[in-house]
Design a protein around this ligand. Structure first.
Ligand code: G3P
Ligand code: MG
Length: 398
């Protein structure tokens, strides 16, 4: 808990420690932090005082880390990220500050991503600390649990959806393999790992207990960055245009969901790469040219305000450490969003409003000297390590 401000007479400042400790004497608080903010006039100092209740020490702030361009570039840590994260743990390995990763990326289940991140960053990350672009797809379970759905993107999109509980899910690649010649240029794709004989064997081994050729696809999910844009655009157009059965022509467009809408993002290559948002534009342009009704779709991920609301709720739960307390009963004074992409991370944090505070790094999409002109952050730093240093100083944790 933090008292917003306390005015203390300058004449008392020499004895400021005893003055402040008298709060503790009441036995209500176990820990106290105080810092002078500014001199209001010649005789008063404005202080901010933060008090922690006995036996229930809670941080009044939390941190959300973007991954691509802030923590990693490709599979390589950037900006001193292992060191930055290491500062959020105490000697026993327990977290001192509640934090999570808030990424628009994905393609593997949150549990696996947590293991990967732990290995790359040298700290123990829990699955509950990983929020990916597709994480909210699990909220659609009541609508599609027993319906046929397809999922596409790098990694293992169908495994992601199965782990969320969807019972009838196929990857777009697997689905397409049932329809001979659906991709007219597949034989030229030298990188395709599976030949037709192998595919036929796979179909025999994992024969679904429903008829692929009569069961309509009810929804398509773009879980992460698509790998084969040409095939995916073709097959998605087939499914969406036909009403859920590629070689037939009837019915309304099945639902289409994107895990994110990033036009560009920072990966291992020196300049920005095209993201899921770019794929969405390509699909939408083509679909709208070949179909008489415009493409209907829903995009998740940052900068949507609900992503930030959800992150706040998760941070509260992390803070309460799964104790049987109502997560709503605790609120943060500040949640820091550390991101590299102004129209995604910074715009999102700005739109979310209190308690979000945005910090923009220069290790990814943004490389400007000053602030971003369109979506200015509350603070601009070079690296995530610098961002964490700034936060800990601002929060009097040093
Ligand atoms: O595909 C990854 C990407 O679109 C962005 O990831 O971590 O920068 O939100 P991130
Ligand atoms: Mg990023």
């Amino acid at each position: 808990m933090r008292f917003p401000a306390v005015l203390i007479k300058v004449s008392d400042c020499t004895s400021r420690v005893p003055v402040l400790l008298s709060f503790q004497a009441h036995g209500i608080f176990s820990r106290l932090q105080a810092k002078p903010q500014r001199e209001c006039d010649s005789s008063y100092l404005l202080w901010t005082i933060r008090l922690f209740r006995n036996g229930n020490a809670r941080s009044s702030f939390g941190i959300a880390f973007d991954i691509d361009g802030v923590i990693l570039r490709g599979q390589v840590p950037v900006g001193g990220s292992p060191q930055a994260l290491g500062r959020l743990y105490d000697d026993s390995g327990a977290t001192k500050v509640p934090f999570l990763f808030l990424t628009n990326g994905g393609g593997v289940p949150e549990s696996r991503r947590a293991i990967e991140l732990s290995g790359l960053l040298g700290v123990n990350i829990l699955p509950s600390q990983v929020v990916q672009g597709h994480s909210p797809f699990r909220n659609l379970l009541n609508r599609y649990e027993y319906e046929l759905i397809v999922a596409t993107g790098k990694g293992e999109p169908a495994v992601v959806m199965s782990e969320y509980g969807f019972k009838k899910v196929l990857s777009l690649e697997e689905y397409a393999s049932y329809f001979e010649n659906i991709d007219p240029v597949s034989q030229y794709k030298k990188w395709t790992t599976c030949d037709l004989a192998t595919k036929a064997r796979q179909h025999e081994m994992f024969e679904p207990d429903y008829d692929i050729f009569s069961e309509k696809v009810r929804a398509a999910f773009v879980v992460s960055d698509p790998v084969d844009w040409g095939r995916d655009i073709q097959v998605l157009c087939d499914i969406l245009k036909s009403g859920g059965l590629p070689d037939k022509h009837y019915g309304d467009q099945p639902a289409l969901y994107f895990a994110a809408d990033d036009l560009e993002y920072q990966a291992a290559f020196p300049t920005k790469r095209l993201g899921v948002g770019a794929f969405r534009i390509a699909l939408e342009c083509i679909f709208n040219r070949i179909h008489n009704k415009p493409l209907q779709y829903t995009s998740y991920g940052k900068p949507n305000p609900f992503v930030f609301k959800n992150a706040e709720t998760i941070l509260r739960k992390i803070q309460l450490n799964d104790k049987n307390e109502d997560a709503q009963s605790h609120s943060f004074e500040t949640i820091y969003m550390i991101g590299d992409n102004p129209p995604v991370d910074i715009k999102g944090a700005k739109q979310a409003g209190h308690p979000w505070f945005s910090i923009l790094t220069r290790t990814g999409v943004f490389r400007g000297k000053d602030n971003d002109p369109d979506f200015p952050a509350d603070r601009v730093v070079d690296t995530v390590e610098e961002a964490v240093e700034y936060i800990l100083q601002r929060e009097c944790c040093l």
